[in-house]
Design a protein. Structure first.
Length: 302
């Protein structure tokens, strides 16, 4: 099945990009002819809990450095390829060592509140906006696409609220922020006025979380988002940590949302002893502004 899925992807890649060439003796590395664009293909079976396991060989990643490169994650039954620009994570992989077999162990989680890319010993990153051919087409000819706007804190809150509403969740946004939401970029949605029961010890903290997705018709929290536009990432992590310590059985996703330039800072802060001790480091995800924008546009199209 791996061969069939890979062959189907390569066929579509040739349709879009023309001739493609293997790099050396590798069965996973390709270059688009007439360009310097490189594509690294990885495949996994779908395991329990909709989880896929991959190994990224250090020697292969070294061949992506300095080139416009995409890592393609494939699995059976996948409606669209998951294409992740290597440059977004290059500094992360350079900061850690591979396993004894020379591979970095990574996973893809298909979650109800968004697909996540997990790097062992580092953390989780939301990649819901990376489905489809957009990232590759953007590299091939960036002039075809509108520049991602310079979003404000309130606009990111608005987009996250709209995504949650589209996915069928009730949306909590702090009452003091609601008059700042930008209704010119999304269709108007209603914010809920009450939070779920069971969080009385941290209700004041929960009320200040930038965006909360709540299971409609129940008291379950699906996801929490802290938008760190200019404020310290550490402050958002502390807020999440307080909530998680009071409700360690909470299965929600905790996401720090910020610019790509703050990804490395997120990784460093998340690995402080206090967050490793509580277990938050295994629960918290980094979500970049550009991925929020792509996620919103992807849902809007389909």
């Amino acid at each position: 099945m791996a061969t069939k899925v890979k062959e189907e992807f390569l066929y579509k890649l040739k349709q879009k990009c023309g001739s493609i060439l293997k790099l050396g003796k590798s069965q996973s590395l390709y270059e688009i002819a007439g360009s310097s664009i490189r594509v690294y293909i990885r495949y996994s079976k779908v395991h329990n809990q909709y989880r896929m396991f991959y190994g990224l060989r250090k020697e292969d990643l070294l061949q992506l450095e300095g080139y416009p490169s995409i890592i393609c994650f494939l699995w059976e039954g996948q409606p669209e390829p998951l294409l992740i620009p290597y440059s977004d994570y290059e500094d992360v992989f350079q900061s850690i060592s591979p396993s004894s077999d020379g591979q970095f162990k990574v996973q893809i989680f298909l979650e109800g509140d968004g697909t996540e890319f997990y790097i062992s010993r580092i953390g989780r990153f939301n990649v819901e906006g990376n489905f489809g051919w957009y990232e590759l087409e953007k590299i091939i000819d960036s002039s075809k696409f509108d520049k991602v706007p310079d979003f404000t804190h309130s606009q990111i809150q608005t987009l996250l609220g709209a995504i949650g509403n589209f996915k069928g969740f009730d949306v909590w946004i702090p009452t003091s922020d609601r008059n700042k939401l930008d209704w010119e970029i999304v269709r108007h949605f209603e914010c809920c006025n009450t939070l779920p029961y069971g969080f009385s010890e941290v209700e004041d903290i929960l009320r200040e979380v930038d965006v909360v997705w709540i299971q409609r018709g129940s008291s379950g929290i699906q996801a929490l988002f802290e938008v760190e536009h200019s404020t310290p990432i550490y402050s958002g992590l502390l807020r999440f940590n307080d909530i998680y310590l009071v409700a360690p059985s909470l299965k929600s996703r905790f996401s720090i949302v910020s610019n790509n330039v703050r990804r490395s800072l997120f990784v460093r802060q998340l690995h402080r002893p206090t967050f490793r001790k509580s277990g938050l480091n295994e629960m918290c995800t980094f979500l970049e502004y550009v991925n929020v924008y792509a996620w919103f546009n992807h849902l809007k199209i389909f």
